[in-house]
Design a protein around this ligand. Structure first.
Ligand code: SOE
Length: 385
């Protein structure tokens, strides 16, 4: 017996589209008790949201998010609007007893993230944050290998997240499409937008981060505001680098920039352990690179004159999520990571085992982001609890 789950989506931008696509696809590929119904979407601009609703097949639309949350025919609220709206919407949705799926980063800062986590936990509503890269099959496979102990004791974690779309000085900031460049709306620059992904993945693979030391830079100091046409100081971090210590004794380096010419969405990580290493690059998304020095289960040394980095094509039925898609060797892409995440959320409702990252998991990422920004400001190491 299937159960309908009525979704109310807030936001119609890039993430509104990725989420809508996931709602449309998920029940066609995954066997799920809960089947999402695209009940209503919501944004202030009526013309835009009407067009969006028609394009993606939403049954209805609202122009006031409070009305959407108040509707009796909505079970789950999906917050896909800019970062400065997440807090108020999440509190109201939790208060109304709705499940919540929230875009990343969870909040503008730790204080908001803590209140949001407390609200969903008090209300007892299912919740998840869309850190979609956990659901890239090759990253999920890396997680499996690490948790199985295949790389042994971890020593190093190395992450980069590079893009190049803000190099030109005449790229405006703010407004409906460029709010990621306005700290008042986004909370921060690359730290909350890109490094939050890297931090989420790192914590998932390598456990808690306990202290950080960071440096940030803003290369272009003034930009025109998209709506007003006025020149204004740039408030975000354009680039950020930080050192990290993990609870398990390993060390990490993280680097992010939107000024890395030629890099479009270069999200990589490498983890080096006593018995092996893993490496992933989102610009080569089907591949997980694995170096095996020893098998920790048998204690047998594997490295010999034929050992090298193995490029595992994560496209077989045995690989995470892949039995749900096409046939072995046929690749999947960016949009599937959202569908995979949604299927985990819906499965979680069925099994009672919540899909991660929950708000509480994402609060940890928020703590690291805040500590990174504080460390860069104060030029000191910051501990994270
Ligand atoms: C920024 O350009 C961005 O769209 C992020 O906001 C997303 O989270 C990331 O996955 C892709 O890049």
């Amino acid at each position: 017996m299937t159960k309908p789950l009525n979704i109310g989506l807030i936001g119609y931008g890039f993430m509104g589209r990725t989420h809508s696509n996931a709602y449309r696809q998920v029940s066609k590929f995954f066997d799920l008790e809960y089947q999402p119904v695209l009940k209503a979407c919501c944004a202030r601009n009526e013309e835009k949201i009407k067009e969006f609703a028609e394009n993606w097949g939403w049954e209805s639309y609202e122009t006031d998010w409070r009305k959407l949350i108040a509707r009796d025919d909505i079970d789950a609220i999906d917050i896909g609007s800019p970062n400065n709206t997440h807090y108020e919407m999440a509190l109201a949705a939790a208060e109304a007893g709705k499940m919540i799926l929230c875009e990343k980063p969870l909040a503008m800062d730790v204080a908001q993230a803590e209140a949001m986590t407390a609200a969903v936990e008090k209300a007892g509503v299912a919740n998840m944050v869309w850190y979609n890269y956990r659901r890239v099959p090759a990253i999920t496979l890396a997680h499996q290998l690490v948790k199985e102990g295949r790389i042994g004791r971890p020593f190093h974690y190395r992450a980069t997240y590079l893009q190049d779309w803000t190099i030109a000085e005449d790229v405006p900031q703010g407004g409906a499409t460029l709010w990621r460049l306005d700290a008042a709306v986004a909370g921060s620059g690359v730290t909350g937008d890109l490094l939050a992904h890297s931090i989420d993945t790192a914590i998932w693979l390598n456990g808690p981060i306990t202290s950080v030391s960071a440096a940030t830079e803003t290369f272009v100091k003034e930009r025109m505001h998209q709506d007003t046409g006025e020149m204004q100081p740039v408030s975000i971090d354009d680039a950020c680098m930080f050192l990290a210590r993990f609870e398990n004794g390993s060390m990490g380096t993280f680097e992010s920039s939107r000024y890395a010419r030629g890099r479009k969405n270069y999200n990589t990580f490498e983890m080096n352990g006593e018995d092996g290493s893993v490496f992933f690059d989102l610009e080569d998304p089907q591949i997980l690179q694995f170096f095996e020095y020893a098998n920790p289960t048998t204690g047998k040394k594997v490295e010999d004159h034929l050992t090298g980095w193995r490029r595992i094509h994560v496209t077989n039925f045995e690989h995470p999520y892949m039995d749900r898609w096409w046939v072995p060797g046929c690749t999947i892409g960016y949009e599937h990571t959202f569908t995979n995440a949604l299927s985990d959320f819906l499965k979680g409702l069925e099994t009672g085992e919540p899909a991660q990252p929950t708000f509480r998991d994402a609060l940890q990422t928020q703590k690291v982001c805040d500590a990174v920004l504080e460390s860069a400001r104060e030029r000191i190491w910051i501990d994270i609890n």
